[in-house]
Design a protein around this ligand. Structure first.
Ligand code: ADP
Length: 336
């Protein structure tokens, strides 16, 4: 092998279906990264237990998220695509790191404070030590690149602190993980109702899911907020119109976008036509992914193979790291 590739690690939460925001904000980058780096993509099934202790739906959700990511182009042959719960080494590293993490710093984490507000009757220790488990997930593979959004920066900072603390106390094992993204600007996929971004916790009719059928896609797009159109040439677009253009840029051809930009600028735009065009381009984009994901989801044998193969790759890397960890910690009592 030539130069050692950078190692990428990212977690995918098994919560519900993927939407367009997840695709353009995350999965599309994973698909690109798999060509350039050594990638570990993990379905974070254990993390969900901190807030969703009921596991009835877990298997289905794991299968769903795997199928959708593969349908989007993630290739289980090129990356390690695995479930967190299949890698027991994570729990061991989590234990060691917990001894190096302080209650005070964990309590200050913004996401912890948010969760306490949302679930005041279930403030469990797992919730408090969530950043420690996340650190274990990442540094278990000695990853340097972590593709995450702004909301995760504090967690990554904590991961660097825990990794450095371990290195100082016991010996250099872990490189510092850094946030990674292509280009400086993170894509934000806007919602269809004019405000905010597409999200599974927001208005369902304003978020396009990769599992939506053609009619539902058309219905959602046609309901997007518009107005009577500009009256002055080259006007500034209101946010909700800008959002429709942004969505169009994601799935329509440049010619199509240009046509509607020109129509807008010379005040001849017909939003009904624009939304019809956007709806058809969305259908063309989403339908093949939906169909592929459905086929994969119905193939339990294939999914089992994917999970086994992914776990095998992740375990290999995890074992190599944990051998080093036990060695520097002085825990391998049988070594000569
Ligand atoms: P949700 O907001 O629907 O709960 P998650 O928080 O599970 O989604 O996010 C999973 C990934 O998708 C993250 O990397 C996040 O940055 C990205 N993502 C979610 N919504 C959007 C969006 N509307 N635009 C761009 N990226 C998004």
């Amino acid at each position: 092998m030539a130069d050692k590739k950078n190692i990428v690690m990212s977690g995918i939460r098994p919560t519900g279906f993927l939407h367009l925001g997840n695709y353009f904000g995350a999965v599309k980058n994973y698909v690109r990264m798999q060509e350039e780096f050594e990638c570990y993509f993990m379905v974070a099934d254990l993390h969900s237990l901190t807030t969703h202790p009921d596991t009835k739906e877990l298997k289905l959700n794991v299968q769903r998220v795997l199928s959708e990511n593969i349908a989007c182009g993630l290739d289980p042959e090129k990356v390690a695509l695995y479930c967190q719960s299949h890698i027991y080494e994570t729990s061991e590293l989590y234990l060691y790191l917990n001894m190096l993490a302080y209650k005070g710093e964990l309590e200050k984490t913004v996401t912890f404070k948010d969760k306490v507000r949302q679930h005041p009757d279930n403030v469990n220790a797992g919730l408090l030590t969530y950043p420690v488990l996340q650190t274990a997930d990442i540094i278990l593979h000695r990853a340097t690149f972590v593709p995450v959004g702004k909301d995760q920066e504090q967690h990554l900072e904590m991961a660097r602190n825990f990794a450095n603390r371990f290195n100082h106390r016991y010996g250099e094992v872990f490189p510092e993980p850094q946030a990674f993204n292509y280009g400086s600007e993170l894509v934000k996929v806007p919602s269809l109702d004019g405000g905010g971004k597409m999200s599974k916790s927001e208005n369902q009719m304003a978020t396009l899911y990769l599992s939506d059928d053609d009619e539902l896609i058309r219905k959602k797009v046609m309901k997007a907020k518009t107005d009577a159109g500009p009256t002055e040439p080259n006007s500034v677009k209101p946010d909700y119109i800008e959002n429709i253009f942004l969505l169009m840029k994601l799935v329509s051809s440049e010619d199509v976008v240009k046509k509607f930009e020109d129509d807008y600028n010379n005040c001849s735009i017909r939003y009904g036509d624009m939304k019809k065009q956007l709806a058809e381009d969305m259908v063309r984009f989403i339908a093949p992914v939906r169909e592929k994901a459905e086929a994969i989801r119905n193939d339990e044998k294939y999914l089992k193979d994917v999970m086994e193969k992914g776990a095998e790759k992740a375990r290999k890397s995890a074992r190599a790291t944990m051998t080093l960890v036990r060695e520097v910690m002085g825990l391998n009592y049988f070594a000569p």
